[in-house]
Design a protein around this ligand. Structure first.
Ligand SMILES: [Zn+2]
Length: 447
């Protein structure tokens, strides 16, 4: 355990918006930025001002907001090889965004330098150095994203480190190691970060993609090996399979590994933040999302429920309230007495003093489930079932009888006449008890 502080860098508004089916308006971005600040995020990457007008409008508008601690970050690339840095349109747009911090990505993998940028290795190092130095000269905090760092390191470690050192000597404030393709295994992240920690002096960051479903694990491993700046998105939104999910990284690091990420008092806001961003994104949050999903603390099996009611940590890794979530008990044919007891008290029905009824209710529930009824998604039906079994539920409608007459005339017209009587119960506001009346009906239809 440690009480080391970490800096959180959220890129929901930039990398997250590159997720399929997400399209934020400028106002959406402002609302999310305010929530992220309120939660305690240190850096909010708002977009790429050089790539589209919407992001430029965001940077103009967001200046009117006052944030508690969050610094707004503009994102862009290093200068183009053929442009002098002061004339490079992308670098100019970064400065025009007038944010206190900028993050720029540069290539750290020879394969990309030679095949994508088509420049020499030395030219790439110059591009990194000149871009960082120029932005520093203009008073920006510079976060350098070493793109494809882990793949580059495995290909040619010396050159990947040279890229970091180029940014470091030019004054970059943080060197972020990116697993851009998301294919690196956690053990490799741990060992590579460890060796880089011994090689460069500047603070290190991690930016992991989730293509191997390891982005959260890789971010945590990076922190445990010396990284102090963690990038990610709310709910893990991002290109392809997404980015590292801050909604999992933050509670893991703070509640389990003892790192300080956000103020303790804000941790219960995590679930609301996760749902808020999913709503604005128009994406339904996965029920099984760890920590913040609806099913994250849902218990179905009778044995589990029985144990969890006595000792919550027997089947829960943290208390749901710590992250603002809540325990749920599901009702199905797997339910036991504890499920019914928990659910009945949640529904305001007193079964604690009527415990001998519970086995009957469980038995009836299982019979009905066997017949094809489903109570998991129908809590009100369960309420009615319990009330009926407790005999607290009058038959609101009971048929007293009916008669149907059918007749056919010479024109082949068929007429049906039906009449009958229904007894209806209602709760009298004055008397506070149930009263009954009879409903007579008489209808004729013809075809
Ligand atoms: Zn990314």
């Amino acid at each position: 355990m440690t009480d080391q502080s970490l800096k959180l860098f959220d890129t929901t508004l930039r990398d997250g918006s590159q997720s399929e089916n997400i399209s934020f308006s400028v106002d959406d971005k402002i609302h999310i930025a305010c929530k992220l600040d309120d939660f305690g995020i240190h850096y909010i990457e708002g977009g790429w001002p050089g790539s589209n007008p919407k992001d430029m409008v965001f940077f103009k508008k967001v200046k009117k907001e006052s944030f508690k601690q969050a610094r707004i970050v503009a994102f862009g690339s290093t200068k183009h090889a053929r442009n002098p840095v002061e004339k490079d349109p992308n670098i100019k747009a970064l400065l025009e965004a007038e944010t206190p911090a900028v993050s720029i990505f540069g290539k750290a993998w020879i394969y990309h330098v030679e095949q994508a940028l088509r420049v020499t290795r030395k030219q790439n190092l110059d591009m990194i150095r000149e871009s960082v130095a120029y932005l520093k000269k203009h008073g920006r905090e510079v976060i350098f994203d070493a793109e494809h760092f882990f793949d580059g390191y495995k290909d040619n470690a010396e050159y990947a480190v040279d890229c970091l050192k180029a940014a470091e000597t030019a004054g970059a404030d943080v060197l972020v190691l990116c697993d851009t393709n998301g294919g690196t295994l956690t053990s490799d992240v741990a060992s590579i970060v460890k060796s880089i920690r011994e090689t460069v002096q500047s603070p290190l960051g991690i930016h992991a993609h989730n293509d191997s479903e390891l982005a959260v694990a890789n971010s945590i491993a990076a922190v445990q090996n010396g990284v102090v700046h963690v990038q990610g998105t709310i709910n893990g939104y991002g290109e392809r399979c997404g980015n590292a999910n801050l909604c999992s990284i933050i509670p893991n690091l703070q509640l389990k590994a003892g790192y300080r990420c956000i103020p303790d008092a804000n941790m219960p806001k995590l679930t609301a933040l996760s749902h808020y961003v999913s709503e604005i994104s128009n994406l339904i949050l996965n029920n099984t999302a760890p920590f913040t999903g609806k099913s994250a603390f849902a218990h179905k099996g009778g044995i589990h429920v029985n144990a969890v009611m006595r000792k919550p940590d027997s089947y829960e890794h943290i208390r749901p309230e710590q992250v603002g979530n809540k325990r749920r008990v599901l009702i199905s044919d797997l339910a036991g007495k504890s499920n019914i007891l928990f659910k009945s008290s949640e529904l305001g029905l007193d079964l604690a003093s009527d415990k001998e009824r519970i086995p009957e209710i469980v038995k009836r529930l299982k019979e009905l489930e066997h017949e094809g009824y489903e109570f998991e998604a129908a809590e009100s039906s369960l309420e009615l079932l319990i009330k009926r079994m407790k005999q607290e539920y009058p038959n609101f409608f009971s048929l007293q009888g009916f008669r149907i007459l059918n007749e056919k005339d010479e024109n082949n017209e068929i007429r049906s006449e039906y009449c009958g009587c229904i007894r209806k119960y209602y709760r009298s506001q004055l008397a506070g008890s149930y009263r009954q009346y009879f409903l007579l009906f008489n209808e004729t239809t013809s075809t």
